[in-house]
Write a protein that binds this ligand. Structure first.
Ligand code: FE2
Ligand code: FE2
Length: 558
């Protein structure tokens, strides 16, 4: 057996600390466990190459080059072994299995297996250790005695403990990873829950977008979050309806780009409506062709609903300078999906409202076209009715219904004979009956249209009288729907104040007298009272509308 004469370091026994073995050679847990079990420092050898990594300070300094194969074999077999034995010395080797980040090791230490006498001849054992008999005896006298069976048992226990602690560490890592995933998932679910709660409440897609950015800020570690909302209508269309006609950039944090620059980046990356979430880290952003060096890490996700692209959601620059990954990208994707669907719904609703308003405008034009003398009547009645309803404390929903009802109250005139409608002379009974049918005709025209449920009672009953005797149902008092009683007053006011082919519009004083006399007879007294309270405003509305009448329809579309 080869032996190298050498000296021993003077370290006292048990002065070994965990710090004596570098962390990259043995994990602190393994060092600590070995020291606690055996009370000595172990020499550490690389399990694959057999190279010496750390020489224990109070062990015979061996020539490891001749023992490389021995140590590799121990590492391969994976169990504790006595690799050399010569009375009274036994060399114990323990394999330390490698983990993901730790390569495999073999730790080796020499033990004294029986008590030493001062005159013991340790010749063979000393040669094995590469020491002189005197040095071997000196060293052996400083060591604890480990009877071989105790040493064996301790080696087995230590191996079991190492394996148990590896399992415990693996479990611990798994628990930590699960709990961090769980907390990230919780944050994501709570953000998405908050967003879905606000789908109904938020006023528009920009409000929901702002909320999403605030929520994402807590879960995505980015210097900046940006939401670029694209226009949904052209500038001309925007004059007719309140909808976004320009890019809007919402941001959180220190955003290094403006809306145009973000658009430029998206173009540079060749993204479009069908793009999946894109993550660009430094491998992309370090390229010389990258247009904005201030953007070092980027996630971009489109806001899409069907074939419509409503905008782009972006996270810019990782807060810790790390790379963005699929976890952040997936979360951004979920948020962008909700935002896209919401924008799509708003857009659909806007288009429906626009179509509805178009249908109503067409009907009002048709009514006006039937009788040029009453041109603008529908519009004025609508506005005056709203004014009366406001005076009576009606809520927003009722005001919307009242406005539409005012516009369409005479829609049935579309079905009345022009000759009768425009006749300047007194009507015959038959003609008057025909004219009166405009309420039932109107009701028929609108009855199949959705959204008109609240308008129908007004169309049918706006010619009923408070004390009975009106048409078509001879209702009285509060039997008559409130909205119909309101429109009746507005209708009468506009009829009296308008010029007719056979007379000029009545002066204000005369109208006041007629309302006074008709309160509680023709009209609901509470509505007439509201008329007198709001008289000046109503006259102003009426005057302005005659000068240049224009529709307010968009304001009052349900
Ligand atoms: Fe009417
Ligand atoms: Fe009317």
């Amino acid at each position: 057996m080869p032996a190298t004469q050498t000296t021993l370091s003077p370290s006292p026994q048990n002065a070994v600390s965990d710090a004596t073995v570098a962390r990259d050679v043995l994990t602190p847990q393994v060092s600590h466990l070995l020291r606690r079990a055996f009370g000595v420092e172990f020499t550490v050898v690389d399990g694959e190459s057999g190279q010496l990594l750390h020489a224990a300070t109070d062990q015979p300094a061996r020539d490891w080059s001749s023992r490389v194969e021995l140590c590799r074999a121990v590492a391969q077999r994976g169990s504790a072994e006595f690799v050399e034995e010569e009375d009274p010395f036994s060399v114990l080797a323990l394999p330390i299995a490698g983990r993901r980040d730790d390569p495999s090791r073999v730790v080796v230490a020499t033990f004294v297996t029986r008590p030493i006498e001062h005159d013991d001849d340790l010749g063979a054992g000393a040669r094995m250790l590469g020491l002189s008999p005197e040095a071997a005896r000196d060293w052996a006298l400083r060591q604890a005695v480990w009877p071989i069976e105790i040493l064996e048992r301790m080696a087995d226990l230590t191996m079991e403990q190492l394996s148990a602690s590896r399992r415990a560490e693996a479990l611990d890592r798994e628990v930590r990873s699960l709990s961090s995933n769980l907390s990230a998932t919780y944050e994501e679910i709570s953000l998405i829950y908050r967003m879905t709660q606000n789908l109904r409440l938020s006023e528009g897609d920009e409000a929901l977008g702002q909320m999403a950015l605030e929520g994402l800020e807590e879960v995505v570690l980015a210097d900046a979050l940006a939401l670029l909302m694209l226009p949904v209508v052209g500038e001309e269309e925007a004059l007719r309806q309140p909808a976004r006609c320009k890019d809007v950039l919402l941001t959180r944090g220190e955003c290094p780009v403006d809306g145009d620059q973000l658009k430029g980046l998206i173009e540079h990356l060749g993204l479009g409506v069908e793009s999946r979430p894109l993550v660009a880290n430094e491998s992309v952003t370090q390229a010389s062709s990258w247009p904005i060096p201030a953007v070092r890490q980027l996630i971009v996700v489109p806001l899409v609903e069907g074939d419509n692209l409503f905008g782009w959601l972006a996270a810019i620059n990782h807060r810790d300078g790390l790379e963005f990954g699929s976890i952040e990208a997936n979360l951004m994707h979920s948020v962008a999906t909700i935002l896209g669907i919401h924008s799509g719904n708003i857009n659909l609703y806007r288009q429906q409202s626009e179509m509805f308003a178009g249908v109503v405008r067409a009907m009002v034009s048709a009514i006006d076209a039937k009788d040029p003398y009453t041109r603008g009547h529908s519009d004025r009645v609508a506005r005056v009715s709203v004014c009366l309803a406001q005076e009576l404390g009606c809520d927003e929903r009722t005001l919307t219904s009242i406005y539409l009802s005012g516009l369409l109250h005479d829609v049935g005139k579309i079905g009345i004979d022009d000759q009768v409608l425009r006749k300047p002379d007194r009507l015959t009974d038959e003609e008057y009956t025909h004219i009166k049918s405009h309420v039932t005709v109107g009701h028929r025209i609108l009855s199949d249209l959705k959204k008109m449920d609240n308008v129908l009672p007004v169309v049918l009953h706006h010619h009923e009288a408070w004390n009975g005797g009106g048409y078509p149902s001879d209702m009285r008092g509060e039997e008559i729907p409130m909205t119909a009683r309101i429109v009746a007053v507005a209708d009468a006011f506009d009829a009296m104040s308008s010029d007719r082919p056979y007379r000029k519009g009545m002066p204000d004083e005369k109208i006041d007298v007629i309302f006074h006399d008709g309160s509680g007879k023709q009209w609901d007294p509470t509505v007439v009272d509201a008329f007198f309270r709001a008289r000046e405003t109503i006259r102003e509305i009426s005057r302005r509308q005659r000068e240049g009448f224009e529709s307010d329809l968009q304001l009052w579309t349900p």
